[in-house]
Design a protein around this ligand. Structure first.
Ligand SMILES: *Cc1c(COP(=O)(O)O)cnc(C)c1O
Length: 386
């Protein structure tokens, strides 16, 4: 069995659980994406919410990416990490006044707006700062995607975006705001999308909306198709870098851009997921009535995705070469949902073994909580062992 490239002998004496980020893979992933975006002159804004670790942000900023933020503190983190304000977009259905003010003070590139009252408040706050706020309208394109229903965002019943039926009304409101400038349209249909047809459907819908905009003689400078490209959770070793080429090709082939329009994307998971693993220790092997439990010293407090969205993470015993055995692999938290995997085959485990929960670089560390008064997990990068 291939075990990923862990410096396992250096892990042995460390306190567990911890996150380990393979920054060699992260950089290779960024290069791969950059190759495709450069080809088509696409501006990529990394979705900070996927992983906001300051050193990870630093690496991504150094590669020249922009940032997609969903809170004032994410904007702060992005600026601290070196992302230029001119490449920061600010999305979110509930931006607080201080967050809007902070974004205005720092002259970010664009607010992605989701409602009329939000646009009016941004106008009011921009007026007080004597600034013009650049905004994009986040439109709910009502495109269904093949992913877990908790992570679809672009269908009519979601809280996200402006419904198409309200677009005309919203544009009328925008025109009346003296301190607002409409510079773009923004879309984001969901996350962990592997079916390229879903992105094709989005492009078709955007083309329709663009045609309507043209008919109204409304000029839009920027088209932002959001993020959502999925990764291979089943086989991280075989597919460490997502297929950015197919993804970008689908968009560029099906999206009709107007002359001088700039295309933007907002990948999160696809950039950081595969470079991260949660490393935990086996505390106990407990014989259940039907199965064996491997009880880890990490749980939903460190990685909530399995409990929250029934997400699959490949788990490997990185300190055993013994025969494969089936376990229910669980955490120590006092919740029945604190289960990482049922009937997962790993090398026979004993107390003290280290396991790696793979593909945990996105929506892992950032979602950690202190439930049961557990400490936040520590973090190591490749360079910490060199
Ligand atoms: C979460 C989010 C993203 C990133 O999604 P991924 O699936 O991680 O690529 C991009 N844009 C917006 C608006 C988001 O909310």
């Amino acid at each position: 069995m291939k075990k990923g490239l862990f410096p396992t002998n250096k892990f042995i004496n460390l306190t567990t659980p911890f996150y380990y980020y393979d920054t060699v893979l992260l950089k290779a992933t960024l290069e791969s994406l950059k190759q495709e975006t450069n080809k088509h002159n696409i501006e990529a804004h990394y979705a900070v919410k996927a992983n906001a670790n300051d050193r990870i942000l630093n690496i991504i900023a150094k590669e020249g990416f922009g940032a997609d933020c969903v809170s004032g503190n994410e904007i702060k983190a992005a600026l601290n990490a070196g992302f230029p304000a001119s490449k920061i977009v600010f999305a979110g259905v509930g931006k607080d006044d201080w967050e809007i003010n902070y974004a205005l003070e720092n002259n970010i590139f664009c607010f992605n707006c989701e409602s009329i009252p939000e646009i009016e408040i941004i106008n009011e706050l921009a007026h007080k700062q004597q600034k013009i706020a650049s905004i994009a309208l986040r439109i709910n394109p009502n495109v269904k995607v093949d992913t877990h229903h908790y992570i679809t965002t672009g269908v009519a019943e979601n809280k996200f975006g402006i419904n198409l039926s309200d677009l005309e009304k919203v544009i009328d409101v925008v025109k009346k705001q003296a301190n607002i400038k409409l510079i773009g349209l923004h879309f984001h249909i969901g996350s962990q999308i592997l079916e390229m047809n879903n992105f094709k459907s989005l492009c078709t819908r955007i083309n329709e909306i663009q045609q309507w905009m043209l008919d109204q003689k409304i000029v839009i400078k920027n088209i932002n198709v959001g993020g959502g490209l999925g990764i291979n959770y089943q086989q991280p070793n075989e597919n460490p870098i997502p297929n950015f080429k197919d993804y970008i090709n689908v968009i560029t082939q099906h999206l009709t851009l107007q002359p001088h329009q700039q295309l933007h994307i907002e990948p999160g998971r696809s950039i950081v997921a595969q470079c991260g693993s949660l490393i935990a220790k086996v505390l106990y092997i407990k014989e259940g009535t039907h199965t064996k439990f491997a009880i880890l010293n990490a749980g939903m407090t460190e990685l909530i995705r399995p409990a929250l969205y029934q997400a699959y993470h490949l788990i490997e015993n990185i300190t055993s070469e013994e025969e494969m055995e089936k376990y229910d692999i669980v955490g120590p938290i006092c919740e029945s949902s604190d289960v990482f995997a049922k009937g997962m085959e790993i090398n026979r485990a004993k107390r003290g073994d280290l396991v790696a929960l793979r593909s945990a670089g996105a929506y892992g560390e950032v979602m950690a909580s202190r439930y049961n008064l557990r400490p936040y997990p520590t973090v190591y990068l490749t360079e910490d062992f060199q």
